[in-house]
Design a protein around this ligand. Structure first.
Ligand code: FE2
Length: 383
């Protein structure tokens, strides 16, 4: 999956930044720079109004977006003295300057709102803010209006001019495109997460005794991972790898996976192949490439006696060491045909007994600490 929000905005909006805007190039550039790396709509809007307020030297700025329909606008971001209050407010598009701009798609500049019949005093009456002058521009993508952006009151008391209007309109266009991309990105992300969950469920269906195992391993691994300095991207990789750690079992015969009697050496070898199969499957998916490395090594042992590579100690990726512990803990506490379920304390004791041989001691400490803190009832649910 391509993270479109990681690309420079100039790549997302061909030609947009090349447009001439002699009025306030610093505003256009400032907003573009701020929102390049912000994948979420709220982050984008907060950066937009913050930069607009500073660059235009205005008292307040706000962005209003349509809700589920085009009848109402919601303050999604607002700066200035009453910004926090405004974030709870919605407006009908039937009234006011914002409503008109949202309906018509035509920007407006109003330098004396007291003389404007279009100005709707409700917001000022509610918040105590006194609007003197404003610019309002539509947030539009391919003739579709998403909402409006407003710039209110020059700090020095002067009037807005055409250059200010031009700058706000330009920023509105850039912002609208960024919002559209962020929404698209979130949609793709949700679809991706759903796919991951479905894949995890498919893995567990291969062995009915492992029902919910992948999800629990993911939750245990994330819990232990919280003790290490992982950035959000690394944590996401860790969670994806944990939930998909046994995806390679898709390529292993069901009869072997659910066999109650002892496995032959050949059957063991087939089972051991699942980490290699899983890694090779995930490696083909760009956004899971990092996770594939953790899946490949989730059966390595700290003493080097694991598989498939026989990696030892810290040569084993940290994420793989964490998954190995979560995997073993869940297997021990849920039981299998070859052993009854252990209690949490018994399983912890086993992990500690094998810290330094099978498991990474630091990772075991983190896991056990996390488990004890969460033992007040927030352990992963057993399905
Ligand atoms: Fe495994």
């Amino acid at each position: 999956m391509v993270n479109s929000m990681q690309k420079p905005l100039s790549e997302l909006i061909p030609g947009r930044l090349e447009e001439k805007n002699n009025a306030k190039p610093e505003l256009v550039y400032g907003v573009d720079k701020k929102i390049r790396s912000s994948p979420r709509v709220t982050q984008i809007l907060e950066q937009v109004i913050k930069t607009a307020q500073k660059t235009l030297n205005i008292s307040a700025a706000s962005v209003l977006l349509f809700g589920d329909n085009e009848e109402e606008l919601f303050f999604e971001a607002a700066s200035g003295p009453v910004g926090k209050t405004l974030r709870q407010v919605k407006l009908s598009t039937q009234y006011g300057i914002a409503g008109q701009v949202a309906r018509t798609g035509k920007p407006l500049i109003v330098n004396d709102v007291a003389r404007s019949q279009k100005f709707h005093k409700m917001i000022d009456d509610t918040t105590g803010f006194q609007t003197r002058s404003l610019i309002c521009a539509p947030l539009m993508v391919q003739h579709r209006i998403l909402g409006v952006i407003e710039a209110l009151n020059k700090q020095d008391g002067s009037e807005f001019d055409e250059k200010d209007l031009e700058a706000v309109v330009s920023v509105a266009t850039t912002t609208a495109m960024a919002i559209e991309n962020a929404r698209l990105y979130q949609t793709i992300l949700e679809a991706f997460k759903n796919t991951i969950s479905t894949l995890a469920a498919a893995i567990d269906m291969k062995d009915p005794r492992a029902c919910g195992h992948s999800q629990r391993v993911m939750e245990y691994t994330a819990m232990a991972g919280g003790y290490f300095s992982l950035n959000p991207e690394e944590m996401e990789t860790l969670k994806n790898a944990a939930v998909l750690h046994d995806i390679g079992k898709i390529g292993v015969d069901c009869c072997i996976l659910i066999k109650d009697s002892s496995l032959t050496p050949e059957e063991w070898e087939k089972i051991r192949q699942h980490s290699v199969i899983g890694a090779s499957l995930l490696k083909e998916i760009t956004s899971l490439e990092m996770a594939s490395e953790l899946v490949l090594h989730h059966h390595e042992r700290f003493d080097g006696k694991g598989y498939p590579s026989g990696l030892k100690g810290e040569d084993i990726p940290l994420g793989a060491r964490l998954i190995a512990i979560a995997d073993a803990f869940d297997t021990m506490t849920t039981g299998r045909s070859y052993h009854p379920a252990l209690t949490t304390d018994q399983a912890i004791q086993e992990l500690q007994n094998f810290a330094g041989t099978q498991f990474c001691p630091v990772a075991v400490s983190a896991f056990v600490s996390g488990l004890r803190i969460h033992s007040g009832g927030t352990q992963p649910n057993r399905n």
